[in-house]
Design a protein around this ligand. Structure first.
Ligand SMILES: Nc1ncnc2c1ncn2[C@@H]1O[C@H](COP(=O)(O)OP(=O)(O)O)[C@@H](O)[C@H]1O
Ligand SMILES: [Mg+2]
Length: 226
């Protein structure tokens, strides 16, 4: 079964003369375990499409299914559960909380508002930090970590709930080449362990890590290559 099926989804911002069709009648199927890369110029609709697929935003029209389940006509509670457990998102900027340690940043979303922190959660957070190569740095504050390490903490936070799919919007956008390479290598490794990944990138060479590449232009998929 597809993990994601999008049938003719569009997203229009604004209305009347100022309406912008950021995503224009896109259909897409994504299989479990795939690593999909989205390329395209700035303003072509990549982030808007990713936000729709990640259930962060609702399309203006069209149908969208996650593991065969309609996620447009879904209750708010169910949608929250899906976002908390199964769908993870990382961005160009990591949005770590500056006064919390790496471990606390990873812990916060998986704590689910439960205090005091349970050992079980702390162990999961540490295990996530181990996976991204930050063993021994769990007590550092974000400003005591390099840019690449900060992005690793954001990845650890994203995978802490053992999601099925990870969406990454230009995860290497603010990193130098070498650091960016190591983040892509980490994402490939996670994909090989079974995590489905959808990644936006500007860098053509990073797209090589993916199983499939789609190219966006004016809100539409122009090239779909395997
Ligand atoms: N919240 C918004 N309100 C109005 N227009 C938007 C909004 N977000 C994006 N857009 C417009 O939609 C188009 C696609 O944007 P975006 O998806 O961010 O492209 P990309 O990620 O490829 O740079 C652009 O023309 C952008 O200006
Ligand atoms: Mg974007």
């Amino acid at each position: 079964m597809n993990i994601i099926t999008a049938n003719n989804i569009s997203k229009v911002y604004g209305n009347g003369d100022s309406a912008v069709k950021a995503v224009d009648d896109v259909s897409l199927e994504l299989e479990k375990g795939e690593f999909l890369c989205i390329l395209g110029r700035s303003g072509s609709g990549k982030s808007t499409l990713l936000n729709l697929l990640a259930a962060l935003d609702k399309p203006t029209c069209g149908k969208l299914y996650f593991n065969g389940r309609d996620i447009i006509n879904i209750s708010g509670g169910e949608l929250n559960k899906l976002r908390r457990k199964q769908i993870a998102v990382i961005f160009q900027f990591h949005h770590l909380l500056p006064y919390f340690t790496a471990e606390e940043n990873v812990l916060l979303p998986c704590m689910n508002g439960i205090t005091p922190v349970k050992n079980e959660h702390r162990n999961t957070a540490r295990a996530s930090l181990d996976i991204v190569g930050l063993s021994g740095k769990h007590n550092r504050l974000p400003n005591q970590l390099s840019g690449g390490e900060q992005q690793r903490v954001a990845i650890a936070r994203a995978i802490c709930s053992s999601p099925e799919i990870l969406f990454a919007d230009e995860p290497t956008g603010s990193l130098d080449k070498e650091t960016g390479d190591s983040i892509i290598a980490l994402l490939s490794e996670l994909n090989k362990k079974g995590l489905t990944i959808v990644m936006i990138t500007h860098q053509q060479d990073y797209a090589a890590a993916a199983d499939r590449i789609i190219n966006m232009e004016n809100g539409k998929i122009k090239i779909n290559s395997y």
